[in-house]
Design a protein around this ligand. Structure first.
Ligand code: AMP
Length: 293
């Protein structure tokens, strides 16, 4: 018996070619799975590609560093751009297409429409990154329009982003299912992020205080501590780490993202810190109805 060699991944830089490849896949009755990214790919991104491939999807990964989700002092200019390495990673993860749009493909001449999220964008990262989630919704809506996926895969690391995009897809009646995939971490617990590349060795060690504080919070909630005490203890844990400033730490409902005042069964403990020029976010989900000690 002869088996055909695995088909090489195709890098697509034109919208016309993207549309014809998607049309071919649809004619072959394939489900279109989509993994939008900003590149500098790591094992977190690979897990999303893997989820799509395991579902049997014809898998399209996009790389586009989206200017509208960066604020004026943010890291748009120095955001890591590693296309050759990313191409190898996508190929290794068996994606069918790597879509690398040009700026004008996403923001055509005269572009002026924006997608503004609702109150889900008001808490957590919202106040610290004005306009960020509007930029995210706008680019994801545009990419959905270009790719027209059946399923789109996002990481739970950006939990607020997934919640907002799920809401957007529902509210705008977009025919796409949103799948959230678990956070991939380094062996010591640091959540993988393209921005970890900014961390100097000493900062890398200190960055762990975020995940450690979230775990402390989870353990205290399991042991029955009050939400106020938990938040204070997590903040104290991080603030005593030199070089770290805390943007926020919060215990929220994982669906509404509203802060909770009293522990209930399903909770998300979330935080964001700054170390040097690097901003890190992380969260842990918990269900007290099954995991109270
Ligand atoms: P980005 O390239 O940072 O825009 O991320 C692209 C996608 O990868 C988003 O859906 C992220 O939530 C997801 N992602 C980033 N880091 C991780 C991680 N450590 N684990 C799982 N998913 C991740």
């Amino acid at each position: 018996m002869t088996t055909s060699p695995p088909k090489a991944m195709e890098t697509v830089t034109s919208v016309a070619r993207l549309r014809s490849a998607v049309a071919d896949a649809r004619r072959a009755n394939r489900t279109i799975g989509f993994v939008p990214t900003m590149g500098a790919l790591h094992a977190g991104h690979v897990s999303l590609i893997g989820a799509s491939r395991r579902n049997g999807d014809f898998t399209i990964v996009s790389i586009f560093v989206n200017p509208t989700q960066f604020g004026p002092g943010d890291d748009y200019d120095r955001y890591p751009r590693t296309l050759d390495a990313d191409r190898a990673i996508c190929h290794g993860a068996s994606a069918q297409i790597l879509f690398v749009p040009q700026h004008e493909d996403v923001y055509p001449k005269g572009d002026q429409t924006r997608v503004r999220p609702g109150p889900l964008a008001d808490g957590l990262c919202g106040p610290f990154r004005p306009g960020h989630f509007e930029g995210v919704c706008t680019v994801v809506a545009k990419l959905f329009g270009l790719v027209q996926p059946d399923v789109a895969y996002f990481g739970q690391k950006d939990a607020q982003q997934v919640a907002i995009i799920r809401r957007m897809a529902e509210d705008l009646r977009m025919p796409v299912r949103i799948e959230a995939c678990p956070i991939v971490r380094e062996p010591d617990g640091l959540a993988l992020s393209s921005r970890n590349a900014y961390l100097e060795p000493r900062q890398r060690g200190r960055s762990l205080c975020l995940y450690q504080a979230l775990n402390t919070g989870r353990d205290m909630l399991r042991a029955g501590a009050s939400v106020n005490d938990v938040v204070a203890a997590m903040r104290e844990r991080m603030e005593r780490t030199s070089g770290v400033s805390v943007d926020y730490v919060s215990v929220v409902d994982p669906d509404s993202l509203e802060p909770v005042t009293a522990a209930k069964s399903r909770l998300m403990v979330a935080g964001a810190i700054r170390i040097g020029s690097c901003r890190l976010i992380d969260n842990v989900l918990m269900d007290l109805s099954v995991d109270r000690e």
